[in-house]
Write a protein that binds this ligand. Structure first.
Ligand SMILES: [Zn+2]
Length: 190
């Protein structure tokens, strides 16, 4: 029995070494191409923190090439009292940056708070504003709308962007533009 066990132990050790050793050389680039993780820190999002988690879940359940995960560094989310737009994101298509929400502007805009949160994450996830501002079917179109679920087109664009791997971040729309689109009237859906 003893030699058999010894051989089994030695073989087990070799298998363990192979399993531990293999991923460092070959698997890392494959993982990066398959899914990018973007960490978000909502510890300063105050009462909007649950909506931040909900917005992350809305995106996470619809795309597979990128995942929003709660954790330090990455995207910091802050809620403040007074600002120049309902929400702002510091970059478009980026894994590090800031999102700010302003209570006074969210109340004034008439847009649903969750829609604003999903919108700002939309910028982080690579989306810009579409030409049809006020189209409630698109979370990036602003408007005094309730809908917080991205359109099929928006979901596909995010999926494609991150599936292609890393690309440099773009500047985000300025606060004046962010304010203007959320104050735009909702387009009438026929
Ligand atoms: Zn925007």
């Amino acid at each position: 029995m003893f030699p058999t066990r010894l051989i089994a132990a030695v073989l087990g050790g070799i298998v363990a070494l192979v399993l531990v050793g293999a991923p460092s050389a070959t698997a890392a680039p494959q993982r990066a191409a398959a899914q990018t993780t973007i960490y978000y820190d909502s510890t300063r999002a105050a009462e909007l923190a649950p909506l931040v988690d909900e917005a992350a879940e809305i995106w996470n359940t619809r795309v597979t090439s990128v995942k929003l995960v709660k954790g330090p560094a990455g995207i910091t989310v802050t809620t403040a009292q007074n600002g120049s737009a309902p929400g702002t994101a510091s970059c478009v298509g980026c894994t590090r940056g800031q999102i700010y929400f302003y209570r006074n502007q969210i109340q004034q805009s008439g847009a649903a708070p969750l829609r604003v949160v999903v919108h700002e994450f939309g910028h982080i996830l690579s989306l810009q504003h579409p030409p049809d501002i006020g189209n409630c079917d698109k979370v990036m179109a602003g408007g005094r709308c309730e809908n917080a679920i991205p359109s099929a087109e928006e979901i596909a664009a995010v999926q494609r962007f991150w599936a292609r791997g890393w690309r440099p971040a773009k500047p985000a729309p300025n606060p004046a533009e962010e304010r203007e689109i959320f104050e735009s009237p909702a387009l009438v859906n026929r």
